[in-house]
Design a protein around this ligand. Sequence first.
Ligand code: BGC
Length: 827
Amino acid sequence: MDRPKLLAQLTLEEKISLLAGQNFWETKSIDRLSIPSAKVSDGPNGVRGAQFSGGVKAACFPSSTALAATWDVDLARRVGAALAEEAHTKGAVCVLAPTVCLHRSPLGGRNFESWSEDPFLTGKLASAYIRGLQEQGVGATIKHFAGNEQETKRTTINVNIGERALRELYLKPFEIAVREAQPWALMTSYNLVNGEHADGNRFLLDTVLRQQWGYDGLVMSDWGGTNSTVESLNAGLDLEMPGPGRHRAEDKVKSQIESGAVGMSTIDARVESVLKFLERTGKFDRPETSPEQAINKPEHQRLIRDGGAQGIVLLKNEKDILPLDAKKLKSVAAVGLAKECLASGGGSAGVNSHYKVIPFEALEASLGPDVELRYGQGGHLFRNLPDWEDDVSNLEGRPGFTLSRYESQDCSGAPESITTIKTGSYMPMGARCGSISLECIYKPSVSGSHYLGFSSLGQSKVYVDDQVVFNITEDCDDAMGFLFGGVEEARAQFSFSQGKEYRVRVESFSPAVNPSSGILGGLLGVHFGFMHQQVFEEDLFTAAVDAARSADVALVFVGNTPSWETEGRDLTSMTLPVDGSQDRLISAVAAVNKNVIVIINTGNPIAMPWLDDVCAVIQAWFPGQEAGNSIVDVLLGKVNPGGKLPMTIPKSLSDTPAYKNFPGDVEKLQVYYEEGVEIGYRFYDKHPEKALFPFGFGLSYSKFEIRNVNLDSKALKQGGSITITAEVHNLGPRAGSEVVQVYVAPPAGSVDRPVKTLAGFAKVTVESGESAQAEVKVAFDAVSYWSEKQSMWAVYKGVYKAIIGTSAVDIVESLEFEVEKDVTYKP
Ligand code: BGC
């Protein structure tokens, strides 16, 4: 394809049309010139396809924190390659991933989707993942550039970050990946960075990304995250997504060209990026977009099961209670979330998994018939009641609710359409209308004061017969949170008699458009949940504790379901939902059973008030559709755990570096990253008493010793590197892996710097009784810091230390090397 020639053939109108999507997921095609459209799809732990929920089935891979915990670059690359195959099955040529924003606080709702608190680990793993995708001909979209470390007010918050923290931390993973893996696309964040929306931020998109890093790929906005016509075009945002363009409507762009605010060369540069993207994704050669298919591949199943297990971090293993020996067990209790497969967090990362393996089933299969396996749920964990579906019929007597859509704002006049929907929840993403009514006849199968839960985007009234049960008089101020099920519902009880018929009617009006609702502005949405009183009030807690009482071992599965840990909403505490009920379950089980093993399915660290009372703890993250198998493989020793924490687990929320500044001032819409460069272990190194488990930590069923650590040179020069080698001896009874971590500590100098920063790592697998060589290369930029005074990277001369360990605090050796002269260099 001759790009300049094609560019020259395009009319102005055609050029403008290429600068925004054709629809929700595709770029614009131009038949006259055979310009194809390209379909993109989320990302990152699967390729979901076009539908947000309930779409064509897809493979659900381990979430990024789980992958990060493997510290395994090759695995990240293999996952990327598998995702490329998945993308083909969904007709997509580009995946909206990886997410590389850092874990600034353990409350980040989307941390599960990104990798770590450390920019180096994040950058290296993300680069491998990108390579995996792109080697197979599918583009990666690194996101969200930049400063999207929180979900609260994500579309309107101004993130104030000093340039040093920006360069050393938050931009670093992007920089590493852009330089090492050249992602074909990059997505801007919704938020503002230092006063400018990311999509119109000339400093970020032009100065840093294109000029300093030499990025030559496509820059697209987050969905609804284009905030201007002129600024975004001039700053370097190529593509407004989704389409059709709001800020890039033809008349808007044309008038800005006519006024001289946007130059033709700028339009051409943006169009060129789009054409280059189409070329890279092979669309000119294969223009068709194939239909979505569900292809459940055995090799993906194996990769997911193994990857999920490799990411599991063994935090505690007293009395070597793990691995369990099925032959020695008569009874095992699996309580809590044992019958839930927490494959992924919530939001756009979620996929409709081909299948989900729950831990209980995996235990049944692995323990065999001779072990009695007991179960107790322990309590309900729903954030909102399940959508109402049972025992309801529409106005014609068929199952479901009658949905009437009105053009008017108050359900007056004749409806524009009448249909039936299955449940009492409704959110039409595309088709807007003024108001809706939802009606059903409810005939209770059992009498009781049943529970109703309701929330909506706009004002609503809910009637049972003639009684008003809910009267919602204000629009929801968190449309994104609502979309992902994270907004708290209003709850009520209503006394129903078995067999009687009740007429239920919901009236809901479209909300006013407000700045934080983005593309969801003005959209209607209702959630109507229901639960029988008998189910709601059943004493699940006592039953679970009883199940655990006399069992040989009690496995307590705890975690966050997708509505608790999700895009669109931050967590509000490190305490497990609901209000610590899972902590109470662990403590109660530990009071009746001496052999308690806790399995945690979360993307973020949680508070562990019961830690001293249990024998073992494993952090299993969100491991994907094989979650049950991955966990049970570790519990029974089929896999020797080798995962290492990609973030510090703090003792409590008040012990975290951004505690006072997360999520910032939500009234004034400002967050200040006052902790500067000290997040994660950069902070805990100076406050060790605040960490419960350090960065890089993880136990094994084997025992490793690191010996003969050597440096190949005592001097590090600009442009050069030093290499550290070490022998890893496996003194334990089984094969396993160890991660040799190399941190660099600067000499004292005029600038206050972190005690040490991660500069390299190597994961080695060693057979029992054998040893293997680990080799880690440390590059010159590992010793640099960002000098705000000079606006450059700076290195001061002196004696540095290469600190070799198996976590940020388990240090094996510290070797000196020297930088002979002060150096500054341009970014
Ligand atoms: C998310 C993006 C995602 C996009 C499309 C946005 O709300 O922030 O990460 O790729 O939606 O689903």
